[in-house]
Design a protein around this ligand. Structure first.
Ligand code: 4AD
Ligand code: MG
Length: 438
């Protein structure tokens, strides 16, 4: 009996007879006695060749892309063969069709199909070379995040995503009927993570967050994966260092582990250099004014000095500067209720956004209000009912401590690392306004 193999493990099998299961990624038939199959098994691609009687059967003649097959044969060398290991070819001596695939597959997976057709058929599109490489890369990137955090001694927690509180403002809350009372899909696990620090110290989570974003842009999802961390007994400078370390380290780890994927997906990715440029919000507004970039692409003026810098000018500024920017100390009125004020100017907060060229904001973080009275005043100012937040407030009552944390959007960081333009292309099944299937 031949060895059953995965394509990624084929290197030492040269000259041996093997069995491989997989899907017909591409095929080429000369109409007579030679059928080339590019086999895909999820771990790689292998050129396989069927000759003579093997390609004269009904199964061979009616074979279509995406059929599943089992192939028996000898792994041989062939200079022309392309695949996971160039120069390797499977000379098939026996094969079986497992699941056939209809002819219309040719019309679905084409380069001309429009975005909606491609998204409706996402379950098939993900089998493609580029889409499957992106999914594989995303898995590696997630692994790199975990390795970073575990290497630094963080504990992974899993806060609930069905909640009765809001973290980032009412306008993007998804409401739901929770056994007859009102519940929400979480916007951020931050508040629960904060309560975890007296229990386990530095902690992180990798969970979905939900935002009912009405604007559709190439970087907004209704469901995204949020990498969040919370750290006790640090100061604002310490927080900036942690954000910088995370992003630099995960990029370096991914460049090492994902070198083969990056060769095709983003060969120009460079290691990130420490320290990142640090800029205060007021300086950024000044920069936008000096460079006349507080207008969007259509030249409409979008913000006045003092307003939140909207997406278009923010991205333009980041692209002009051309390197990561830690944008610091946003005015309190444009940021969330839980942010700590700057001791030197209480109109500002100890907050930070990390902006990356090409993508814009990928991280939002801050020091947290750690005084109970100050937090109660913040609820009142925001007209929030403090009752559902009692557990969050009580963290300030039972042994409060200075602490800070941040959230990083995994999909946005993937766009940066893989040079992907639209955020939907780094999702298995993207969710945004107007799309909830498949
Ligand atoms: O800036 P945000 O809203 O900050 C928070 O939610 C904090 N509670 C996080 C924390 O301190 N633990 O979101 C953080 C990051 C953003 O920088 C962005 O990368 C991502 O989450 N993000 C989104 N990604 C895709 N689609 C959306 N609609 C997103 N909203 C936020
Ligand atoms: Mg933000």
């Amino acid at each position: 009996t031949p060895n059953e193999c995965k394509i990624r493990d084929l290197k030492p099998m040269l000259g041996k007879r093997i069995l491989i299961h997989g899907w017909v990624h591409h095929m080429r038939w000369d109409g007579k006695r030679l059928l080339f199959i590019e086999l895909r098994d999820g771990t790689g691609f292998l050129q396989s060749v069927l000759t003579d009687d093997l390609c004269a059967t009904v199964d061979a003649i009616t074979l279509k892309r995406e059929s599943s097959v089992k192939l028996y044969g000898t792994l041989a060398e062939d200079d022309r063969a392309k695949g996971t290991f160039n120069g390797y070819e499977l000379k098939v001596d026996y094969w079986e069709l497992i699941g056939s695939s209809p002819a219309e597959i040719e019309n679905i997976l084409t380069k001309e199909s429009n975005v909606d057709i491609l998204l409706n058929n996402r379950h098939l599109v993900i089998r493609g070379t580029r889409a499957s490489s992106i999914l594989r890369a995303r898995s590696l990137i997630t692994q790199c995040f975990r390795e970073h955090f575990f290497g630094e001694g963080y504990v992974e927690l899993t806060p609930p995503t069905l909640v009765d509180t809001q973290c980032e403002g009412g306008s993007t809350l998804f409401k739901l009927d929770y056994f007859g009372s009102e519940g929400f899909l979480t916007q951020s696990s931050q508040m629960y993570l904060e309560t975890g620090i007296p229990a386990v110290g530095d902690c992180f989570c990798i969970l979905p967050s939900y935002r009912a974003e009405l604007s559709s842009t190439r970087r907004h999802l209704a469901e995204f994966h949020h990498i969040e961390a919370e750290c006790p007994f640090i100061d604002f400078e310490g927080l900036l260092d942690r954000v910088e370390n995370l992003v630099v380290d995960v990029c370096a780890r991914f460049m090492e582990k994902g070198a083969d994927l990056l060769q095709t997906l983003n060969p120009d990715l460079k290691p990130l250099k420490r320290p990142f440029k640090r800029m205060d919000y007021t300086e950024a507004v000044e920069y936008c004014r000096e460079h006349n970039i507080y207008k969007d692409e259509e030249n409409k003026i979008h913000f006045e000095i003092g307003d939140d810098i909207p997406e278009a000018p923010e991205r333009k500024m980041t692209d002009m500067i051309g390197e990561p920017i830690l944008l610091c100390r946003f005015p309190a009125e444009m940021k969330s209720f839980y942010m700590k004020k700057c001791p030197e100017d209480p109109r500002l907060t100890e907050s930070v956004d990390l902006l990356m060229p090409g993508v814009g904001e990928i991280v939002g973080g801050s020091m947290r209000i750690d005084d109970e009275k100050e937090l109660l005043a913040a609820y009142e100012r925001e007209e929030m009912d403090p009752r559902p937040y009692y557990w969050f407030t009580e963290q300030r009552k039972y042994g409060t401590c200075p602490h800070g944390g941040y959230g990083l959007g995994l999909e946005r960081f993937c766009c940066y690392l893989l040079n992907v333009y639209h955020i939907r292309d780094v999702c298995l099944y993207p969710r945004y306004r107007g799309r909830i299937e498949p």
